[in-house]
Design a protein around this ligand. Structure first.
Ligand code: SER
Length: 590
């Protein structure tokens, strides 16, 4: 078995080649209305790929916590995960194709010892915007990749992210590995699934504007991404990702808790689901954004993960009332705290979140399963009707996806559309909104979003002034239509307090205060009393936005130049978000 520590080898390699290793951004993106979670290493770097100067320089590398919901139902097989880690290296207007490709090749073949015979690559064949990428192909050839192993493909395969999404984009070259014991075919057949993609190097030269045009970016950038789980399994010679060293301890613990074997096909899928979900649950609830299980947005996903995990633990006859979830969570925290130290700091919260949700769900799970059995016994049309699906949700706490999963096991369908209607009738529109957001892509920061962004800083400052210094930002979400701001505070705001806060923000706007962008050492910013929501996100040099004497906050921007640009600020709603956290919804009017 290959004992290489992939993450450390990767980061050391790029550090030696002039890259600054930056910390992973939180798994919950800040101020990005289009996505609930970070889904790729480049996502938090979008402003810098668009031309903003990164305080750490032009060469960056990191390991980023990522979470994708689109594969959630697929988890259970050999290769799918919800949470995963992405290694990436970036050039912000510095090196381009030659260095990028050469270094990828060098790392793979010399440091990770992958034989060149097992590699193949794809490059962009060109379209009406960009010509074929013969330059990349030539570089690959010069490194010894045979012409037979280079495939030219179109924009569906070799353009990132795709031709529809707005934001930074460009052609890419993807590196594939022959993951099979069969002899490596001479010619690279991109349709053969034994060739698996291991690394994607994107050459970002364009910004896809909201009006549909592709304008050249200020800089030619490189953005690469390599999935840790897949490549670790490959290096260790596994075709089942869950048998790699990443999962060894957690699977062993699940076997121990259940007294069952991973190799027993009856239980393998449930074990993979528990292993995947507990890791995702730890990462989401351990993020400094303080997400708690709820019926909307990230909180809903967290709830689904915990409840699905519990249901599979039950299938394995694990005693739900024992502290099994704590034992599993502790393994994950220990394994990952070197890279994500917030997991250790938030350990008590993580354990509390899982155990509270477990107690809540455990009360109704048994009864819900009985109810499910009862209704499915003499079912009509092989379909669970909307009223039953809604009752399972409302009374027994079964997320609709859980009902669907149970139904699938009996070859039954669920009237999901009908359920959704009922759900909407019950005025819980937010989950549907959340689904929309998963479909969304990268953030586009328009004029209105920028205004709202600055307004969050003013609101944060006003709240502190009216309610006290204990107020800190706990989260925010911005669209072109409105802003949402979560902050630490224990009580509902009185009408008077709300009015005072609103008036104060409007006063700051009227004062026409310039918004200044400063760069300083993180230490100095903290000493100056700057607000910071996600300290771990920032490197040693930080960007701080100063709004006169009103506000000083660590932030990546963007912001307006002067507060007078904001119009009139109006609080629309004030409500509880989770324990000790309040939420304000507000708009800006002209
Ligand atoms: N953004 C590209 C990806 O996610 C490369 O990092 O594949």
């Amino acid at each position: 078995m290959n004992k290489i520590d992939l993450k450390q080898t990767y980061l050391d390699f790029f550090k030696e080649r002039g890259h600054k290793i930056i910390p992973s951004a939180p798994i919950i993106p800040e101020n990005d209305p289009t996505c609930l979670f970070n889904t790729a290493g480049m996502q938090p770097l979008v402003p810098y790929l668009k031309g903003q100067v990164h305080p750490e320089g032009k060469r960056l590398a990191d390991v980023q916590k990522c979470f994708r919901t689109n594969d959630l139902e697929e988890v259970g097989d050999k290769t799918h995960h919800t949470f995963f880690e992405m290694l990436g290296n970036w050039s912000l207007g510095d090196y381009f194709k030659k260095e990028s490709i050469t270094w990828s090749f060098e790392l793979l073949t010399k440091y990770l010892n992958i034989p060149i015979e097992k590699l193949a690559v794809t490059v962009f064949k060109g379209n009406n915007i960009v010509p074929a990428d013969t330059e990349s192909a030539d570089i690959w050839k010069s490194l010894g990749i045979n012409e037979n192993r280079i495939a030219f493909l179109g924009e569906e395969d070799n353009w990132w992210p795709n031709m529809e999404l707005t934001g930074p984009c460009g052609p890419d070259t993807e590196i594939f590995y022959w993951r099979s014991n069969a002899p490596v075919p001479e010619k690279f057949d991109t349709k053969n699934d034994d060739w698996v993609e291991i690394w994607n190097n994107v050459f970002m030269q364009y910004n896809h504007e909201p009006d549909g045009t592709f304008s050249p970016l200020k800089n030619k950038n490189v953005d690469t991404g390599l999935g840790v789980e897949r490549v670790t399994a490959i290096l260790e010679g596994n075709t089942d990702n869950y048998q790699s060293s990443i999962w060894k301890d957690v699977i062993k613990k699940i076997e121990e808790l259940s007294g069952l074997s991973y190799n027993d096909e009856l239980y393998t899928a449930s074990m993979r689901i528990i292993a995947d979900h507990i890791r995702a649950i730890v990462m989401i609830s351990g993020d400094n954004s303080g997400v708690k299980p709820s019926n909307k947005d990230q909180g809903y996903i967290l709830r689904r993960l915990i409840r699905r995990m519990i249901r599979h633990a039950k299938k394995l006859n694990i005693n739900i009332e024992s502290n099994w979830e704590e034992e599993l969570a502790s393994i994950i925290i220990n394994q990952y705290k070197i890279y994500y130290k917030e997991l250790e700091e938030n350990k008590a919260t993580i354990l509390e979140v899982i155990s509270n949700e477990k107690v809540k769900f455990n009360k109704t799970l048994e009864k819900g399963l009985k109810e499910f059995e009862k209704v499915t016994k003499d079912i009509q049309n092989n379909q669970i009707d909307k009223d039953t699906a809604f009752r399972l949700y409302d009374t027994f706490g079964f997320p609709i996806e859980l009902t669907e999963e149970l139904a699938k096991e009996l070859n039954l369908k669920v009237d999901v559309e009908g359920f959704k209607q009922k759900f909407e009738e019950h005025q819980e529109k937010s989950r549907a909104g959340a689904e929309q957001k998963f479909k969304g892509g990268l953030a586009s920061t328009g004029e209105m979003e920028t205004k709202y962004h600055t307004a969050t800083h003013l609101l944060n400052a006003a709240l502190k002034k009216v309610l006290g210094p204990h107020v800190h930002q706990k989260g925010s979400n911005i669209t072109a239509e409105r802003m949402r701001f979560d902050f630490s505070h224990n009580e509902k705001l009185t009408e008077e307090e709300k009015q005072k806060v609103e008036d104060l923000v409007n006063e700051y706007i009227k004062m026409g205060i310039p918004v200044e962008k400063l760069e300083m050492k993180k230490e100095d910013a903290i000493n100056m009393g700057a607000e910071a929501m996600f300290l771990e996100k920032y490197g040693d040099i930080v960007t701080v936005y100063k709004i006169g004497d009103v506000s000083l906050e660590l932030c990546g921007g963007p912001h307006v130049q002067n507060t007078s640009e904001l119009g009139t600020f109006k609080i629309k709603k004030e409500e509880a978000s989770s324990a000790g956290v309040r939420r304000i919804k507000a708009i800006l009017e002209n």
